[in-house]
Design a protein around this ligand. Structure first.
Ligand code: MLC
Ligand code: AMP
Length: 514
């Protein structure tokens, strides 16, 4: 049987002329397909020479750069398991991930080496390398003397390729285990469904430590042999300026909101673009409509998650599975993708009728095999017939369009990042003088939703909302910090004594109204 290593599939999609440009950076640096091939071979050879076990975890917390992309490709190529970590995570968060995943190799920014390496070595990591966003660091120094030819490790479709940490309702992060087959099958489906064509050019402006930027965007472009225009950080002005040289853009809703605020966004700027894709959080219908009016383009919204990669998508072209419908409908996440099974069930576990709201469950070649070293959690989240319970709540209309109406999991999605109230509440509750706290998500014009904390002090406790926020900032990733913190005497409760978060959300819903 042929090698089912995802890297091999990506490599096979490289254009025959390897001197074509694969990635171009804002600084004007151009990397050819040959550069990606040779550089990933060198890093893979470095890994091969380390004497670490096959299928080792390689944990990576580095700024976005083309070398970070090469590190991802090299990890696949060498047959190891890529474990990307948000650059905003601080030491307590990193300590948990590294302790849980026990990576053989950790790659971090040079500026963080001082605190990351003790955490890693304590957890049994054998090698800590540095990689900076200016093409320096010990990883590249060590790889420089390696051969630039490398035979990809033989991997089966169900061998692990990546672990993505995602939190649960308890606030404790779980590593979603994704295989080479999960990633490749989803990428191949999307290549077809989104009509990738020769000559497509992707503007890549998302972080590369989550599903959207790492898998959907990178695999999409690479499987099509398409060039990427690489933005290390999203800047609306620069993205708009690059549109005349590109055809595809992918973003979370906040990116669209920010581009709409720029007067340079007009029909002329987008004239060459073929497709705008949005996801990771709900795209407001106002944003969808304003984009249509301003640019003449209809954003294609899709839905997915770390455990499953992409699940549904609005159609790019007429979909024969759904009576040839081709309309991209705002406020919906479109149709179930080919090869994916999706169902909506009521509280009794019975299938919902058309337009009836229930819990979304999914099955398919894209769905992960389980949570890293958490068999009980895995068992809880799957049904007996193999469907994964997404924790999202939605409905399917008579035409087959799916709408997400909410979540059964207590989760805030802020600017496309997930924030778990239970995790933040845990940190606040541990502060001296705090009796109890509740964190809820409220609407925000830029981030879609942001967290707000409501805290009850202990008797005689002296608390100040700003101080609580300052303490949290020193411990947690910045996007998790509640934007406001109120100290109050009591929280609304139901007769069972449970905090009524819906009432808190209602009370604070206009805090950030624009
Ligand atoms: C930054 N800040 C945020 C935030 N991002 N606050 C809430 N939510 C966010 N998402 C805050 C910082 O804490 C800081 O606050 C201030 O904003 C400026 O920080 P910054 O780093 O300069 O922000 P900026 O560069 O403007 O980042 C905003 C952003 C970024 C929208 C570009 O958040 C982003 O790239 N989001 C995309 C996330 C993503 O890729 N999600 C995909 C998940 S995959 P202060 O107070 O310190 O100044 C997934 C599955 C699927 O969900 O379906 O795709
Ligand atoms: P993550 O754990 O980061 O992979 O986040 C996945 C979650 O993001 C899903 O379970 C959904 O709740 C949400 N999500 C992703 N895409 C969309 C979308 N288009 N509309 C609404 N919610 C979405």
């Amino acid at each position: 049987m042929s090698n089912q290593n995802l890297f091999s599939a990506l490599r096979n999609a490289f254009p025959s002329d390897l001197d074509q440009i694969a990635v171009e950076t804002e600084q004007g640096l151009c990397y050819s397909w040959r550069d990606l091939d040779r550089a990933s071979a060198m890093v893979a050879n470095l890994f091969d020479g380390l004497g670490i076990p096959a299928h080792s975890r390689v944990a990576v917390q580095v700024e976005k750069s083309v070398e970070a992309l090469i590190l991802y490709l090299a990890t696949l190529r060498a047959g190891h398991v890529f474990l990307p970590l948000n650059t905003a995570y601080q030491s307590a968060e990193i300590e948990y991930f590294i302790g849980n995943a026990e990576p053989a190799v950790v790659v971090c920014s040079g500026k963080n080496h001082g605190w990351v390496s003790p955490i890693a070595f304590k957890a049994g990591t054998q090698y800590v390398f540095t990689l900076n966003d200016d093409r320096t660091g010990s990883l590249l120094d060590r790889a420089a003397s390696q051969s630039d030819r490398h035979q990809p490790a033989i991997r089966r479709a169900d061998d692990l390729a990546a672990i993505l940490y995602t939190s649960g309702t308890t606030g404790r992060s779980k590593g979603a285990m994704l295989s080479h087959g999960n990633l490749l099958s989803n990428a191949a489906i999307l290549k077809n469904y989104w009509g990738w064509v020769p000559g497509d050019v992707l503007i890549h402006a998302l972080p590369i430590f989550h599903v959207h930027g790492l898998f959907v965007a990178i695999h999409g472009a690479m499987l099509n042999g398409s060039k990427m225009i690489w933005h290390a950080k999203f800047d609306p002005r620069r993205v708009i300026a690059d549109m005349p040289r590109a055809t595809v853009f992918m973003g979370v809703p906040t990116l669209y909101v920010r581009m709409l605020a720029d007067l340079d966004l007009n029909r002329q700027a987008v004239a060459r673009m073929r497709l705008f894709i949005a996801g990771s959080a709900p795209l407001l219908i106002e944003t969808f409509q304003e984009w249509q009016q301003r640019t003449g383009h209809t954003i294609l919204e899709r839905y997915g998650m770390s455990e499953t990669i992409m699940l549904t998508s609005n159609p790019y072209a007429a979909d024969p599975r759904y009576d040839g419908q081709s309309e991209r409908r705002g406020g919906t996440v479109g149709f179930t993708l080919p090869e994916v099974s999706l169902r909506v069930l009521d509280d009794q576990g019975q299938p919902c009728a058309v337009d009836e709201i229930g819990g979304i469950q999914v099955r398919g070649p894209n769905v992960f095999s389980g949570y890293w070293r958490m068999p009980e959690k895995t068992a809880e989240e799957f049904t007996a017939d193999g469907y994964f319970k997404t924790g999202d709540v939605g409905k399917i209309d008579p035409r087959g369009y799916i709408t997400i109406v909410g979540r059964s999991k207590d989760l805030i999605i802020s600017g496309g990042y997930n924030v778990y109230p239970a995790e933040i509440e845990g940190f606040i509750n541990d502060m001296p003088g705090v009796a109890e706290s509740a964190v809820v998500g409220v609407p925000h014009p830029d981030f879609g939703e942001v967290g707000v904390a409501v805290v009850i002090p202990k008797p005689q406790g002296r608390l100040n909302g700003e101080e609580i926020i300052a303490i949290l900032k020193a411990r947690l990733a910045n996007f998790k910090i509640p934007k406001r913190c109120f100290v109050v005497d009591e929280l609304p409760r139901n007769t069972m004594g449970k905090v009524q978060k819906n009432l808190l959300r209602e009370q604070h819903k206009a805090l950030f109204k624009s």
